[in-house]
Ligand binder design. Structure first.
Ligand code: ADP
Length: 402
């Protein structure tokens, strides 16, 4: 095979298609962007070459294949493009939500493997069909170019059974695959490697609690560079309080709602779309900036939402710190973890008992990658910006050059 130079990363979601093209040597981002509102009359494309300002225009994108063709046109456009022809794309990496027990690592999408991925649609009925559609569209537009699936669940496959199993009879795992899988694996993987490098340690000698805090949020307990436990479960609904998701509940809450007459779809909608910061804060937004502003203005339910958010995170950090036998660092990433000093302070101000010497000034002023703890702190607190696309490009490169 000729040398692998350019890798296209595709994240094909229910109504959007995000892309990034990398020159893998030097990990240079040549172009990125997205087509959003696919299938609607108001489809829109955002495109950015290198670090130039982004451009935005309305487009006609009735489906994901049409969106992908627009991306290809933009990348090869004589004026704004970065490639002479599509032949210069050497491999394509795809973000795929769920690998269940079938895929422990990023995997080349041979016809057989793609068929196996298709059997996992029930694990992610909203995300898996567009993920698979993105792979199929690329196979048509880039014949002969390798497609690699990078699974959001893969990095969590190292969890021991005592963390991954639910305490119900094993027949439900065997029959239906019901167990904890965990998500955001690509992000936890990226920040684990980046945090170890930042701390000057080998990943396999590093223990961390990684906190990916965005609209969707999850924490991972990292022992010797590998996942030991994580907060999301069979689906991304479990764990901490999120923008619109409830996180952990007594499972009997669901039973009680069923008995009160709610259907599975109604409860799904309630817990995934109407709960979390949105549901508790009661200000019509689950966006952390709005919650922080409302709480600072004296809104009691927004303040409670923020306190609940921090409470669960502190609880998990303490638990995970103990599970891994003490961590070198607590790592913050994601939209909130990287950007919201106010939300981070709610958590960091309570970690003194673990040996984190919180530097309030650093938290208020620094941007990642950086320390949020003082020099000499027994346990470090750091921000490591995540880059899931770059991690997908790296994994794709490893698979196709193996
Ligand atoms: P997603 O899970 O959708 O990828 P993100 O990681 O983009 O979410 O995170 C979105 C969250 O990050 C929102 O709650 C938003 O308020 C918060 N956020 C983003 N930028 C900032 C900022 N500059 N200051 C405070 N919060 C921010």
């Amino acid at each position: 095979m000729s040398a692998i130079e350019n890798i296209l990363v595709v994240n094909s979601g229910s109504s959007s298609l995000k892309f990034t093209l990398y020159r893998i040597d030097g990990e240079r981002r040549l172009a990125n962007g997205l087509v959003e509102r696919i299938g609607s009359a108001s489809a829109n494309m955002v495109y950015r070459r290198g670090d130039e300002p982004k451009s935005e225009r309305p487009v006609s994108a009735p489906d994901h294949a049409a969106a992908l063709r627009l991306v290809c046109e933009a990348l090869t456009d004589g004026r704004t493009g970065v490639l002479k022809s599509l032949d210069e794309v050497d491999a394509i990496g795809h973000r795929v939500l769920h690998g269940a027990d079938l895929f422990r690592d990023a995997t080349l999408m041979t016809p057989e493997n793609l068929e196996r991925v298709k059997t996992l649609v029930p694990f992610g009925p909203l995300h898996m069909p567009p993920n698979i559609g993105g792979i199929e569209a690329c196979q048509k537009i880039f014949p002969g170019i390798p497609n690699v699936a990078v699974f959001d669940t893969a990095f969590h496959q190292t969890m021991p059974d005592c963390a991954a199993r639910y305490a119900i009879p094993d027949e439900f795992r065997a029959k239906y695959g019901i167990r904890k899988y965990g998500f955001h694996g690509t992000s936890h993987h990226f920040v684990t490697l980046a945090a170890a490098e930042f701390l000057g340690k080998k990943p396999e000698e590093t223990n961390l609690v990684t906190c990916h805090l965005g609209n969707g949020s999850s924490l991972a307990a990292i022992k010797n560079g590998k996942v030991f436990d994580t907060t999301m479960g069979l689906t991304p609904l479990a764990g901490v309080v999120m923008g619109t998701r409830s996180g952990d509940l007594d499972p009997a809450v669901v039973l009680e709602l069923v008995r009160k007459g709610m259907s599975a779809d109604e409860i799904d909608n309630l817990l995934n779309k109407k709960s979390g910061l949105l549901g508790v804060g009661g200000i019509g937004s689950g966006d952390m900036r709005d919650i922080v502003n409302a709480a600072q203005d004296g809104n009691a339910s927004a303040a409670l939402a923020l306190d609940m958010w921090a409470h669960r995170i502190v609880q998990y950090i303490g638990g995970y710190f103990t599970l891994v036998g003490g961590a070198d660092a607590i790592v913050f990433t994601g939209g909130i973890g990287e950007n919201s000093a106010a939300a981070r302070a709610k958590v960091l101000s309570r970690l003194g008992c673990l040996g984190v010497d919180f530097d309030e000034e650093a938290n208020a002023t620094r941007r990642g990658p950086c320390y949020l703890s003082r020099p000499g702190s027994k346990v470090a607190a750091i921000i490591v910006p995540t880059d899931e696309e770059l991690m997908i490009a790296r994994e794709t490169y490893q698979v196709v050059t193996k």
